[in-house]
Design a binder for this molecule. Sequence first.
Ligand code: ATP
Ligand code: LTN
Length: 328
Amino acid sequence: MNDKIIFSGIQPSGRLNIGNYIGALSQWPKMQAENNCIFCVVDYHAITVKQDPEELRRRLLEITKTYLAAGIDPEKSIIFRQSDISAHTELAWILNCAGARIADLNKMTQFKDKAGKNQESVSVGLYDYPVLMAADILLYGTEIVPVGEDQKQHVELARDIAKRFNNDYGEVFEIPQAIVKTEGARIMSLLDPMKKMSKSDDNQNNCIALLDDIEEARKKIMRAVTDSEDSIYFDVAEKPALSNLLTIYAQLGNREIKRLEKDYKGKGYGEFKKDLADVVVKFLEDFQAKYNSISDEEALKVLERGKEKAEAIANKKLKEVKELIGIK
Ligand code: ATP
Ligand code: LTN
């Protein structure tokens, strides 16, 4: 893949965890050498559920530094904050009116999961969230959207919205495509392998944050649930908890699952988990060393420069869209 326009984003809605890293972030630096990459901190998405204002401001920097520590190079890629560019919310409104349909939004499984039984009392923003995401993507002529499994449906909705708008008003949007990893696109909770590892989970024992205390992270791995039979092989249906741990091991330790199955033949969960904890700890130590070497000022400068570059692209597209619908 080269010379493509690539866009992705993460919400500052909690501390990033190894699920976010494995499923999304780890793919991004590899793409930046040969493509035009744009990475956004999507703070307007984060406020679809209530956030503490101070925390939200702090997390903006935390996520920006995480992008940098993960290897995104601001000389090669654009890194910016969603709320710095008003074209995102403007285009979202336009797409709400021209392109998005209630019937499509009603199918979104993330909304159903997040709203749960309280569908009537959650914010309108949470329901409309995928339309803002479509605006993020479509403003930049995005061709590829590297995300975890749970976001695939939202990217498909962005495709549908783009096609409908193009059809009704004229060809203005590129049709984007999601890229999801074949392995590690859905890392599960350490305590409940039926549930996605999620940064806004109330119980942080479910996940390992990239900035977790090292010894705490080791304990979390040792406490992670396993399945009944004490042998090590990959089978999501029969052994969901162990398969999840194998995936984490393979992804963070750079090993193939097949190889791990061979290495742990005849060995038990205790030894496996101890080694996995070493792999996770090593990964976190390296990551945190890079993270701690980046200052807040540096992160703010990156966002300022990113804003300038992204805004020029976004405003141009928004102008074309407005002309097509007769607003300007
Ligand atoms: P929240 O719980 O606040 O909704 P989240 O942890 O689900 O947050 P997002 O900001 O929604 O994280 O997602 C950022 C990126 O990480 C997306 O591309 C998403 O698909 C990916 N991602 C999130 N959770 C996982 C997971 N458990 N496994 C793999 N990828 C994930
Ligand atoms: N909804 C995404 C975050 C997001 C995004 C985007 C991802 C917002 N806008 C545009 C890719 C492209 C999520 O991960 N929760």
